[in-house]
Design a protein around this ligand. Structure first.
Ligand code: GAR
Length: 204
């Protein structure tokens, strides 16, 4: 059965593009059935328009509390009947009013290894740590999102990326991003071939 994937993104959307391309090429047994962005200026929206992927902008209302936004997000995403939800550069924390609706179905991509550099600017922080001699590699991970922990949860796949002497933020970012595009596909293939995600969603 082809997996129905909904992607949540906030920005560029290069990983969203990778999923569309792999789906079209038949190298990922998935259909990218929707994109949701929390900001109207996300370049991912233009990628969706080019490829005809249904896209929704769901911006938080002024002073809206996280549980309210996340419940609305769950309704929008739930209406797309996803088997899996992929956070590909989704730069908002998700709380249980969203996550509780999709247990074992929300997957996050993060440009660091488990337990290292959660949150924003992970690649910059890894490069800083390397310049202080603390590390000589960083990495990428794909993991399930069970709860409100930041870039934390059962890892599906990880990959190490060496930090070379003379690396700049541009050279290191390029290697990390290449590694994560490959890892995301590998992790999704593994997950899709597994069974638990086929369970029915939990009603609100
Ligand atoms: C990716 O590097 C992803 O790992 C990161 O945002 C970038 C999105 O790139 N996510 C996080 O840092 C989550 N904490 P993209 O918009 O080109 O796919």
């Amino acid at each position: 059965m082809t997996a129905r994937i909904v992607v949540l993104a906030s920005g560029n959307g290069s990983n969203f593009q990778e999923l569309i391309d792999a789906s079209e090429a038949g190298t990922l047994d998935a259909s990218i059935v929707g994109l949701v962005c929390n900001r109207g200026d996300a370049f991912a929206l233009e990628r969706a328009a080019v490829k005809g992927v249904p896209a929704t902008v769901l911006a938080p209302e002024a002073a809206e509390l996280r549980p309210s936004y996340d419940a609305r997000l769950a309704d929008v995403v739930g209406a797309m009947s996803p088997d899996l939800i992929v956070l590909a550069g989704w730069m908002r924390l998700l709380s249980m009013p969203f996550l509780g609706r999709f247990p074992q179905r929300v997957i996050n991509l993060h440009p660091a290894l488990p337990g290292q550099f959660p949150g924003t600017h992970a690649i910059e922080r890894a490069l800083d740590a390397a310049s202080r001699g603390e590390i000589d590699h960083t990495g990428v991970m794909v993991h399930f999102v069970p709860d409100e922990g930041v870039d934390d949860g059962q890892a599906i796949a990880t990959a190490t990326v060496p930090i070379e002497p003379g690396d700049t933020i541009d050279t290191l970012s390029e290697r990390v991003h290449a590694a994560e595009r490959a890892l995301l596909l590998r992790a999704l293939r593994e997950t899709i071939s597994d069974v638990p995600w086929r369970a029915e969603p939990t009603s609100s």
